[in-house]
Design a protein around this ligand. Structure first.
Ligand code: FE2
Ligand code: FE2
Length: 170
């Protein structure tokens, strides 16, 4: 898939998406017994990678989207409500799936299928944001509103650990 060129304002989020896709692919392929972009690791290793990604990278990213994108788009375009609900629901679902994947009281199969679903939902979520949600944002928001969001996102990115940017996939 050729990368979609998003507006400069949204690029701090798009740069984070490279790492998210890498983790999503490593989890899905790894559970299938196939290496992807790095050494082959078992369930515990994949779960550890997913948890590290979630706490070090994803929570701040999701918070930035919910804080900077959701209110602006909700007020600019009432037709976008469904997309915004999906954005927030996906974030909650990813959190729940990772908890399930780590729960010792569950069977191995349940934990594997929760982690596999985490990978699939994460991949679909990033593609949904890049292909649908960000396009709606670019179409719906007035230029000055998008510009103001871009400034907040640039501040968000500047405060992050540089390792959050990129990730090798993509
Ligand atoms: Fe998101
Ligand atoms: Fe995102």
């Amino acid at each position: 898939m050729p990368p979609i060129k998003r507006s400069a304002e949204l690029q701090p989020l798009s740069r984070d998406h490279h790492r998210a896709l890498l983790v999503a692919m490593r989890v899905q392929h790894g559970l299938d017994g196939k290496p992807f972009a790095g050494p082959m690791v078992g369930f515990d290793g994949l779960l550890a990678e997913a948890n590290e990604f979630y706490s070090a990278h994803f929570t701040d990213h999701a918070a930035a989207e919910e804080e900077h994108l959701v209110p602006a788009l909700r007020s600019a375009n009432p037709d976008a409500a469904e997309h915004l609900d999906r954005l927030v629901d996906d974030h909650r679902r990813l959190s729940r799936l990772l908890v399930e994947a780590g729960e010792q009281g569950r069977s191995t199969n349940e934990r594997r299928s929760a982690l596999c679903e985490f990978g699939a939902v994460l991949e679909a979520h990033v593609r949904f944001e890049e292909r649908e949600l960000f396009a709606i944002i670019e179409e719906s928001l007035a230029h000055d509103v998008l510009e103001a969001i871009g400034e907040r996102l640039a501040e968000y990115e500047a405060q992050r650990d540089p390792s959050c940017r990129g990730g090798g996939a993509g």
